[in-house]
Design a protein around this ligand. Structure first.
Ligand SMILES: Cc1ncc(COP(=O)(O)O)c(C=O)c1O
Length: 421
């Protein structure tokens, strides 16, 4: 293996190797992969950094497993989590069978909770959760105060796990605000989202002194991963280390200056920019008189493909690789769009649906697809929300009410898979 024998239509097949002697083996690494992961660990200043060739999705399942099997006696089989969690967290719940106590602000893609919200949640429960799980940055570029949240979690001896899929670069800002540096116990980073790594390249980071997690971390990754990790992705993670250790910081700083400037100019033109994240430009488009999908289409006509859009937003994701020319192109394209009257309709506030089954129970039951219009009173079996953003309006085991049906329709979900009666 591989079957292409280094020769095929793509032209780079010779780089796509497998575990032959000298190439090391990701889940039993004791050679060059071990050395490379150690280089990444030093760069991120963690207790352990593991490579994933299956994105943050794999790291998310692994970190929940690690927290779950290290559960203390006073901790129950559940996690306190923000409602805007990515679907990898939901599949982790289906696979591992933990329950979730949701924190929600009624918004679909963001959940701007504070340390006080976590304090209130932890001080009100009879049994502690085995983890607090938050997403920061989120898809719209909102960031939580991880430093304060981690202090609260430490006070209650509950590990803090952060979905930092969008924030690998945070470690390399002048002011390091990577979740591990701010006190998180574990986090995932998608290297491929904000660093120059191939799609699928990601990390699982574990904080220093977390020896229980560190000793089982490879097992945790192995439990959910393919036995054929991509050496192309591994090579890109390895080469990324070299870049992160040299010109990356300066290039990131320059790109952030350009992006900040662009944001200011767009605000001046009348665009409403949201979010705190420095590499994202999130435009709340209705204020400018357009639906997000209309702006996305206009940008596409100019050769600009946004990361995400819906009725309310377009999100552009830039990086240290973003140049003056890119920024200028975005500015010209957006400034040529004529401002119109503000669109008044607002996205629905989504209250937490009633729960009938756990995610695991619901995921293992007989199911059928029906129109969302017929779903009143039915329980969702599994969600089929597309990525991006892979964030569910309703999760498996929860019951459709009128508001949820309307919210599904608002976000373009017309067919749903419900549990058979
Ligand atoms: C917030 C968030 N978490 C996790 C993931 C999963 O990351 P990956 O695609 O690297 O598996 C994504 C992917 O879009 C995401 O947006």
């Amino acid at each position: 293996m591989p079957g292409h024998k280094g020769n095929g239509p793509l032209g780079f097949e010779k780089l796509d190797i497998t575990e032959f002697d000298g190439a090391d083996s990701l889940f039993s690494a004791n050679g060059i992969i071990k050395e490379s992961e150690e280089n990444a660990r030093k760069l991120f200043n963690t207790g352990a950094t593991l490579y994933s060739c299956e994105g943050s999705s794999l790291s998310i399942r692994a970190m929940l497993y690690l927290a779950m099997i290290n559960k203390a006696d006073n901790q129950g089989n559940y996690v306190i989590a923000t409602r805007n969690s990515h679907s990898a967290f939901i599949t982790a719940s289906a696979l591992l069978g933990f329950d979730i106590m949701w924190l929600s602000t009624g918004k679909h893609l963001s959940c701007k909770i504070t340390a006080l919200d976590i304090e209130k949640a932890l001080s009100s429960v009879d049994k502690m959760p085995f983890a607090v799980y938050v997403t920061s940055p989120d898809y719209l570029g909102n960031m939580l105060n991880i430093e304060e949240i981690s202090k609260v979690c430490k006070k209650y001896s509950v590990p803090l796990l952060v979905d930092n899929a969008h924030g690998a670069y945070l470690r390399f800002l002048e002011n390091d605000i990577h979740p591990i540096s701010l006190g998180a116990d574990m986090c995932c980073d998608s290297a491929h989202k904000t660093l120059p790594a191939l799609t699928g390249g990601a990390y699982l980071h574990i904080a220093k002194k977390e020896d229980n997690y560190i000793s089982l971390a490879k097992n945790a990754m192995r439990l959910f991963a393919s036995t054929s990790p991509s050496y192309l992705i591994l090579s890109s993670l390895d080469l990324c280390n070299k870049y992160l250790d040299s010109e990356f910081k300066d290039e990131l700083k320059n790109a952030i200056c350009l992006i900040k400037d662009l944001k200011n100019q767009l605000s001046f033109l009348g665009f409403l920019i949201e979010g705190d994240e420095e590499l994202k430009i999130t435009i709340s488009t209705k204020d400018y008189g357009y639906y997000g999908y209309e702006i996305a289409e206009l940008l596409k006509n100019e050769g600009i493909f946004v990361e995400f859009y819906d009725s309310d937003y377009v999100v552009l994701m830039l990086s240290a690789q973003t140049s003056n020319i890119d920024v200028e192109k975005i500015k010209i394209a957006l400034s040529s769009i004529e401002r119109k009257d503000k669109i008044i309709d607002t996205p629905p506030l989504i209250s937490l649906p009633k729960k009938k089954y756990s995610i695991r129970e619901a995921s293992l039951m007989q199911s059928e697809e029906i129109s969302v219009d017929l779903a009143l009173g039915r329980a969702l079996a599994s969600s089929s929300v597309a990525c991006p953003p892979a964030i569910n309006v309703i999760n498996a085991g929860e019951v459709f009410d009128k508001d949820i049906i309307n919210a599904c329709k608002y976000y373009g979900i017309d067919i749903v898979r419900v549990i058979k009666l």
